[in-house]
Structure formats: C-alpha cells, structure tokens
Design a protein around this ligand. Structure first.
Ligand SMILES: Cc1cc2nc3c(=O)[nH]c(=O)nc-3n(C[C@H](O)[C@H](O)[C@H](O)COP(=O)(O)OP(=O)(O)OC[C@H]3O[C@@H](n4cnc5c(N)ncnc54)[C@H](O)[C@@H]3O)c2cc1C
Length: 598
C-alpha cells in the first residue's frame, strides 16, 4: 500500500540561510507581510517563480472596501455575511470590513494608483453580492497588476535601502523544518505535532546561481505562508500555473489545521473558447455585470431574473448553479454574457484588458455576446488562522488565499480577497513585532519522504473537475477518492518541481474530496446534488489534520469556529458521517480504519 507522503523527497539541504522571518510567496499577501514584518527583524521573502507570478496580478474587478459616500463597514459586513452562506466568522469579518478602508488608503500611500471619477474621488463599482458600489479598481480592469506593481516596487525600494530585507526568486518552498522543543525537552522534532509543535524554518529548492542553488534550508523564528490558491487541481481555472496548493499541503504535512477546503468558488464567467481547454483561462470580470451586462442562453433568454433578487449580480454560487442548470436544460456547453449595450466607450475605458483578450480570440464584446462558462477560481478555505494570522503550529502564520481566516465562509464575496490579503498580512506584521518566537534548532526529521509521479497531474485534474467540481454528489466523490488513491500508487519520478507540485496537488485534492464527501448538504459554493438544501446540523467547519500518515477531520460546530476556536463535536447533531454513520473523525490511511474518502 502506498501511504500519503509525509515529507517531500528531496536531497539534503546543501546550503543554509537565516532570517528572523521568512515569507513564502509574493502576491498581495506575501509582499504586504514582508513589508510589515521588517518591524520585527530580518526578513527573507522567497517565491516560487518571478515576483509577479501569482494570482494577484490577474485580479481584474478590484478591492472591496467601504470607501464611498453613504457606504459603511456595517453594510459591507452585511453583504459579506450574506454571501458567506452562514459560515463567516463574524469577528474576523467585522475586522476585515472595519480595517479595510485604511488598508486600501495605505496601499495608495505606497504608490498604487486607482481609477478616479471626474471630480477626483475614487471611482467605485459593484460586483455580485454587493448592494453598493464599493469596488475600487485600477487601469479599468487591471487592478491586480497595479496592486502587484506598487507592492513589488515598494519592497524592492525597501530591500535596496535595507540589508535586513532580502528576496529570492525561483525558490520553491518544500516543507517546514521541525524544531527542537526547547531546553530540557527531548531533541525530537515537534513541528508535526500540531498545536504542540515548534518550527525552525523551512526547506526550499532554488534555481539560482552560486551558493544558493539547489535544495537549502532557511532557519527562521517565524514562517509566513502566503503561497496563494489551489486552482491547478482543476483542468480549467482562472489561476496561474503557480497555484498548486503548496502552502496548504506543506501546512498539512507540518500538522497544521486546515479548514473549509470543500468551499472552492467557481467563477461564473470565464471566456469559453471551445471544449477541452486546459490550464489558466481568461476571466471576464463580474464588474462587467456590475456595469450592466447580463447572462443569456443560446436562445438569447435572460435566465437570472427571478432566480435571486439581485438577478445577474447574485452571489457567485447562485449564478454558477443557475448557469449549470441552464446548460443542462439546453444541452449547451456554455452560455453568453451580453454587454453590447454598454457601447465601445465603456468597454474601452472600463474593460480594456478583457476587450483586448476577447478580440484576440476573435470575439468582439461590443458587437456580440461573449461565450462564457464557470471555472475554478478561489479557495475560500485553507490553513486555519486566528485574527492575527496565527496557525495551530506556533511560529507558523498564513495570510491571503492560502489561509482561512473565516471571512469568506462558504462563499467569498467578490473582491474581498485582495482586501483580506492586505488586512491580515498587516496584522501578522503587528503580531510578529510584538514578540517573535525563540530560535529553535532544527530537529532530526524522521518523517518518511516520498513523491507522487508528475505524470498524474492531468488525470488528477480531470478527476477533480469531473467529480469534485462545481456540482458534486456522494458517489462521484467516492469514485474520485478511489481514483486519487490509485494515482498515488504510480511510480514516482526523481525529485523535481513537477513531482513536488504533483505531490502537493494530490494531497490537497485528497483532503478536499474527503471534506466534500463528508459535508452532506448544499451551502455556498459546495453544491451537493444529492443533498440540495442547507442543513442546520452542518452549520460549522470541517477541520482537517494530517496525523501519522492519515488525513483526519473533525467537525467544529458554529460559524465562528474557523478563527475563534468553537465547540468540537464528534459528529454534527442528528447527522451521520459518511462511511460509518457514527464518528466525526475520518481516517484516510490505507488500513483497517479506512473510510474510503481519500
Ligand atoms: C483571474 C483572477 C481574477 C481575480 N480578481 C479578483 C478581484 O478583482 N478582486 C479580488 O479581491 N480578488 C480577485 N481574485 C483573487 C485574488 O487575486 C487572489 O485571491 C489573491 O491575489 C491571492 O493573493 P495571495 O498573495 O494570497 O496569492 P498569489 O497572488 O497567488 O501569490 C502566491 C505567491 O506564492 C508563490 N508560491 C506558490 N507556491 C510556492 C512555494 N511552494 N514556494 C514559494 N512560493 C510559492 C507564488 O509564486 C506567488 O508568488 C482574482 C483571482 C484571479 C485568478
């Protein structure tokens, strides 16, 4: 039997670096965290590819914050909670909306230039689920590119002036380094023991030159995971190639709690360019509907009216379900977004990137409806944190899309993710500045090493898209779990980026499928066709942990449990758990206790 990999196989570290804080990832969250963490000590930012390679630079619509006249954090809170399907952590969400406006202003003070109206005030638009115009945007539909540009420039200026900040590109973080648990205790590594654990830094592979080339180790007092999303577990996604769920996978391997993985948001309107498209797909921002475009089917019939009070601007889960139902009813493999009435001036001024991209593919949105289809977009779940970005492993922080702060609940409100990255990365800086954990010596790491073959990647993506995508049911999830188990038996290759990524994708996909199989209800972006309604018994979070080679999950009752603790139950009241009907703990190891989910 092939066990789930406990540690990525890699050569022993051939070089060592040292920093008080090491930040992994250079999107909005990592860049903000690196700037904020300098208050605490020496900062090293490592990132898998070039600095701008993550999702951040692709963000189109903008950043949501109560910045406009007549708007308030209270109204932003109400819309966020409404979209979140009852699972948002209220304290964390309150904090997000309250600190949001100042976070956007700080970003502007750093140099980010947002679009303004004729009177010089910030131009604000609407997106799905927002009852008010509150989305600040840049370059029309190129907000992420501007956010990324401004933050990278600020970090580079800081690094040029300050030897206490260092950046390493093409540096793929492999695993966390367990640390010794202090004076008088055993020298055994404890990083993998969840909340009792300690870490000493991380291991990484650098495609560099000179001394920092190949596998190395960074010894650090705190590690900030800002590695972004996991969209690459699906065949078609808006996410770039670097979004392979590495942070969630390595946090699991380190014993950290991961939660809400079943809530993957599919974006309703991704440019449809024919069947069989793979990899990163072109998004057509919701802001296009915010400006007045609407969805129609092949016959030109508007199908969102009457399905939700906000019609085409309903929250994303509602729109995705409506599109898929409409496609099933008409037998079509896409629908259309009709924005012809916006006119060429609005298209050119507000959506220059989308317009150019459509035209490059021979579609002119000014003259014809744009073919669109849902695709995987955003992970609402991730590494579970408190309101200071702290995970269940002391010294390990997480922010941005890799984290689950609890603010998105079962379905993220549009344009809240850039904001979340800004707000919680700043808070990590503050927390670290108030006291870093002590240095720990690296402890011997006796976790067995392994790899999943890179050859499984495309089949894994097909399995996930077909059976754990926007629409799911119990038997599909069961067969997805069986297939994932089979895929991990394939002969692994040599340690290399493709194999490390495939191993991470496989672990994240396995944990996601297990959580999706357990949650026998429909809520937010988790649509179970065999359980089409909410169940109050499932009002809570599934928390997954990797223990002794197995994925185990427990149910935490109550919406506020993601960030603030909460009651832990063996099983949701009145609900049976898949597999045994009795216990809330699911063991995915291949042995006696196997429940067949992973
Ligand atoms: C097409 C698109 C449009 C979007 N539009 C919006 C929008 O309008 N508004 C909004 O709020 N949100 C939007 N989002 C979501 C938002 O962009 C992301 O959630 C957010 O940018 C994530 O930021 P991040 O810093 O967490 O991750 P990312 O920006 O994805 O950065 C992750 C970083 O981690 C690095 N990394 C990954 N793995 C490793 C590893 N093993 N070792 C080292 N480094 C690693 C990556 O290279 C990258 O630098 C959009 C997303 C997409 C894909």
């Amino acid at each position: 039997m092939t066990a789930i990999v406990s540690r990525l196989a890699a050569p022993a570290p051939g070089w060592t670096a040292r920093a008080d804080v090491v930040v992994a990832g250079s999107g909005v969250a990592g860049l903000t965290a690196a700037l904020a963490a300098r208050r605490a000590g020496r900062v090293l930012l490592v990132t898998k590819a070039l600095m701008g390679a993550g999702s951040t630079r692709w963000a189109q619509g903008g950043i949501a914050a109560a910045l406009g006249p007549g708007d308030s954090p209270q109204q932003h809170l109400r819309d966020t909670l409404e979209a979140g399907g009852g699972l948002c952590d209220k304290a964390a969400t309150r904090l997000l909306v309250a600190e949001g406006p100042a976070a956007v202003r700080r970003l502007m003070a750093l140099g980010a230039r947002f679009d303004t109206a004729e009177d010089g005030a910030l131009a604000l638009t609407r997106e799905g689920g927002h009852l008010r115009p509150r989305i600040a945007h840049a370059g029309g539909d190129a907000t992420g590119a501007e956010v990324s540009r401004a933050l990278i420039a600020a970090l580079k200026v800081a690094a040029d002036a300050d030897p206490g900040i260092e950046i390493i590109e093409h540096a793929l973080v492999l695993d966390l380094l367990p640390g010794t648990s202090g004076r008088g205790s055993s020298r055994r590594g404890t990083c993998g023991r969840g909340t009792g654990g300690r870490l000493a830094g991380l291991t990484l592979h650098v495609m560099g030159e000179g001394q920092r080339d190949g596998v190395g180790a960074v010894h650090a007092r705190a590690v900030v995971l800002a590695t972004g999303g996991l969209g690459q577990i699906y065949t078609a996604t808006t996410n770039p190639g670097v979004s392979t769920g590495d942070g969630v996978a390595l946090a699991l391997r380190a014993g950290a709690d991961v939660t809400d993985l079943e809530f993957v948001q599919f974006h309703p309107t991704v440019l449809w360019l024919g069947p069989g498209r793979r990899g990163r797909q072109q998004l057509v921002s919701e802001a296009v509907r915010g400006e007045g475009a609407f969805l129609v089917d092949e016959a030109g019939t508007r199908f969102m009216a009457g399905r939700h009070p906000l019609a085409d601007l309903a929250p994303r889960d509602v729109v995705v379900r409506a599109i898929m139902i409409q496609m099933a009813a008409t037998g079509a493999d896409h629908v259309y977004l009709d924005g012809r009435h916006l006119g060429h001036r609005t298209w050119e001024r507000r959506f220059p990137t989308i317009l150019a991209s459509c035209r490059r593919h021979g579609i002119d949105p000014v003259r014809e409806p744009v073919p669109v289809v849902p695709a995987a977009h955003y992970a609402s779940g991730g590494v579970r944190t408190d309101m200071w970005g702290r995970t269940s492993v002391p010294g390990l922080y997480a922010c941005g899309e890799v984290a689950c702060t609890g603010v998105h609940g079962a379905n993220r409100l549009a344009s809240n993710s850039l904001l979340e990255g800004l707000v919680f990365a700043e808070r990590i800086g503050e927390d670290i500045a108030s006291g870093l954990p002590p240095w720990r010596d690296p402890a011997p790491d006796d976790r067995p090493q392994g790899l999943v073959s890179p050859d499984v990647r495309s089949e894994l993506q097909r399995v996930m898209s077909g059976r754990a995508g926007a629409a799911r049911d119990g038997s599909g999830l069961q067969s997805a779990a069986d297939d994932l188990r089979r895929l991990r038996r394939q002969t692994p290759g040599q340690p290399c980026t493709e194999a490390w990524e495939a191993t991470n994708l496989h672990l994240v996909a396995s944990a996601l499928v297990a959580a999706a199989a357990q949650r026998e209800e429909t809520r937010g972006s988790h649509w179970r066709q065999d359980f089409p309604y909410h169940s109050d018994a499932w009002l809570g979070h599934l928390v997954t942990r990797f223990i002794d080679g197995s994925l185990r999950s427990r149910f935490m009752a109550g919406a506020d449990s993601a960030a603030a603790g909460g009651r832990q139950l063996d099983s949701p009241p009145g609900e049976s758990q898949p597999g045994d009907g009795q216990s809330g703990t699911v063991n995915s190891s291949e042995g006696e206790n196997e429940r067949g989910h992973v």
